[in-house]
Design a protein around this ligand. Structure first.
Ligand code: PRX
Length: 641
């Protein structure tokens, strides 16, 4: 039995009391249009919307604020100039703690965004063009996103840890003709050859890129291709560059994410609804107070970085930290050094980082002050109660509430979480639905489950921040999210609900795994493995991993005559890194002479998952397997590693 933890007394400032939450939640589900049109007034509209949600899940068509017009760069930057020109917008903390930390006021951020927007314009970027951003976590990454939004161009940020192959696939899929990159990135003291990776990606025949804008960062040696590649300084100008007036439903960005089948999907978010969702969730969930310093440790290559490094904080005129480095460099106290150096009040990070730091002992934490911390956030994967306790007791010294925010790339912003001033917390539970969110648990046949129960998590009604489509493939959008349970958005997550109505996410129920808070399609890793000339077949599953949450477990069968040597094992790991990127590196490669298949040839993944989990007692019915003896050989193979 897990007991609720009351809200710590020390947390006084709040935008939402328990009574306010109850009344606002009721209003948000009873009269959603009125509720969201009211929240929409947080933004500065060129033309204020008069229409709320217009949506159907069967067939799938979603719009919010359809008659409104606005620009999100204006909302994140320009609108603050009369009141906050001298307020710090962004603080840059470099990978190397001895390096120069730099900050930009809203006034300076405006100047930088205009310079970058003019540079993009001179390359030929116009409204509606897709621009790929492949950057380290430096201020110019944020500036590039805002510059695109200013011009009405659609940004597609690709995480700097993805390989040239993965980058090429994403450039090709959205027909992006422009790339913004840096010479190199730095992470944990290592140089990441971003520009060289772009060069390799653009050598792929499917890409057709007209212009590459290069930002100098490390000064590393790079090649510049005449006519295609340009340094920012050569194209930037301070000329007036007005914000394009966008319709609420014009696309703002595409972000690729993994699914259970096929190649990554370009999740598309639009302007008005995403803007309202990120501005509103940031305000209530982080309870941000003027003058505070907010730090979301996510990379802008993930949705968390989009919504809570860039749009959410900046639309609220907040001060946000942009951190280039990693939690364990130069030592395991780096996070708390950054907190002390910049006076961080609110930190928002992932359970994988918390677990990794917890393992290194309390001294790295207690040797730093952390007196500025007021609120602790978690996102990306279920947080185990032990890590929750450590975060609460050791990092926050029992005085900072924890918000465990459940959401997804497709949801645009937080969906289920406690609110710091309104709710008690339960370690391991995300908590309660945010305004307008109507979760419903269903069984595998789609029957609705009531009360305290466990099932598959669906959301029955649209919310402004919801993704509108998969770029270029609306059918796949419908198929992926709305066909499993007709008329409902299916999240892909399993979930429990307790007697207090708190939600406990249990993890993905599809063929997606969550590795260190990064979403990975098992099908993607399998496709990469079978590209190798010596591999015949591969099946990939997740298994529990102490630090990463889930690790990548690969069953591999080799072509006739090949042997599963240590050298081949290392080669296959390197091969997957090259095809996808380091985050996809297999943890375990299990060579086997076959995969468990039904007589009709379907791989029985349930069995593979159980064996990878070392759970041999509940393999279920194996009588339909084409080769029943295989299971014993697989178990032997598992036990011998
Ligand atoms: O399984 C859930 C898990 O992360 C998935 C979404 O991944 P992604 O689109 O990459 O977005 C991550 C950051 C928003 C979800 O389907 N997840 C995310 N947050 C939580 C979580 N699982 C449990 N608790 C959370 N707080």
């Amino acid at each position: 039995m897990i007991h609720a933890v009351e809200r710590p007394e020390a947390h006084t400032p709040t935008h939402c009391t328990p009574e306010q939450y109850a009344a606002m939640y009721r209003a948000s589900v009873d009269t959603p249009d009125a509720f969201w049109l009211d929240q929409a007034r947080r933004l500065d509209w060129v033309k204020a919307p008069t229409i709320g949600g217009q949506w159907s899940y069967d067939p799938v068509a979603i719009a919010w604020f359809a008659d409104g017009q606005l620009n999100l760069c204006h909302n994140a930057v320009d609108r603050h100039l009369p009141t906050h020109a001298d307020t710090t917008a962004l603080i840059f903390e470099p990978d190397d703690p001895a390096g120069e930390s730099r900050s930009l006021t809203y006034g300076q951020l405006h100047a930088e965004v205009v310079r970058m927007a003019n540079a993009l314009k001179s390359l030929g970027v116009t409204r509606g063009e897709r621009v790929t951003i492949y950057m380290p976590m430096i201020l110019e990454g944020v500036v590039a996103m805002l510059a695109c939004a200013r011009l009405g161009a659609v940004h597609s940020v690709v995480f700097g840890g993805f390989s040239p192959e993965a980058l090429a696939g994403r450039i090709e899929d959205c027909g992006s003709r422009f790339v913004v990159t840096a010479d190199e990135g730095l992470r944990g003291g290592k140089h990441i050859p971003l520009k060289a990776n772009v060069d390799a990606a653009l050598a792929h025949p499917g890409t057709d890129v007209a212009g590459v804008l290069v930002i100098p960062h490390t000064g590393g040696d790079i090649a510049m291709q005449e006519g295609r590649d340009h340094w920012l300084a050569d194209l930037a100008s301070d000329a007036d560059c007005p914000c394009e007036v966008m319709n609420a439903e014009d696309p703002l960005f595409i972000l690729y994410t993994s699914g259970s089948t096929g190649k990554p999907k370009g999740v598309l978010h639009t302007t008005g609804g995403y803007g309202v969702w990120t501005a509103t969730t940031f305000h209530y969930i982080f309870d941000y107070q003027p003058g505070e310093v907010f730090w979301c440790t996510a990379d802008i290559g993930w949705v968390t970085g989009h919504s809570y490094v860039v749009y959410g904080p900046l639309m609220n005129a907040a001060t946000a930290v942009v951190f280039e480095g990693v939690p364990n460099y130069p030592d395991h106290g780096r996070f708390w050094d950054v907190v002390d150096k910049h006076g961080v009040n609110i930190i928002y990070t992932a359970p994988t980082a918390i677990r990794a730091l917890m393992r290194e002992g309390d001294a790295h934490v207690t040797s730093r002050s952390r007196a500025s911390l007021r609120l602790l956030g978690s996102v990306g994967e279920p947080i185990n109660p032990e890590a929750w306790r450590w975060y609460f007791d050791v990092v926050g010294e029992g005085r900072c509430p924890i918000i465990d925010t459940w959401w997804q790339t497709e949801t645009g912003g937080c969906m289920i979480t406690t609110l710091p001033g309104a709710h008690d917390m339960k370690p391991g539970s995300a908590g309660l639905p945010f305004f307008g969110i109507r979760p419903q648990l269903v069984d595998n046949e789609g029957a609705v489950l009531e009360g305290a129960t466990e099932g598959n998590l669906t959301i029955t009604h649209s919310w402004p921040g919801q993704a509108r489509t998969i770029y270029g493939d609306h059918d796949r959008f419908g198929q992926t999210y709305f066909s499993t349970y007709t008329g409902k958005y299916f999240t892909g997550d399993g979930c429990k609900r307790d007697e207090d109505g708190y939600y406990w996410i249990t993890g993905r129920v599809d063929d997606v795994i969550n590795v260190s808070g990064h979403r990975m399609g098992t099908a993607e890793v399998e496709s990469a493995l079978v590209l190798h000339a010596r591999v015949a077949e591969a099946a990939v599953v997740g298994y529990p991993h102490d630090i990463k949450g889930q690790g990548i477990y690969c069953y591999v069968t080799l072509n006739a005559g090949e042997e599963g040597t240590d050298a081949l094992l290392a080669e296959l790991k390197a091969h997957v890194r090259k095809e996808i990127g380091p985050i996809a590196t297999p943890d375990v490669i299990h060579f086997t002479d076959g995969l468990p298949k039904t007589r009709s040839g379907k791989i029985m993944r349930r069995i593979l998952r159980k064996i990878a989990e070392n759970d041999f007692g509940s393999l279920g019915d194996t009588s339909t397997l084409a080769d029943p003896g295989l299971v014993d050989r697989l178990i032997d193979g598992r036990q011998n590693r």
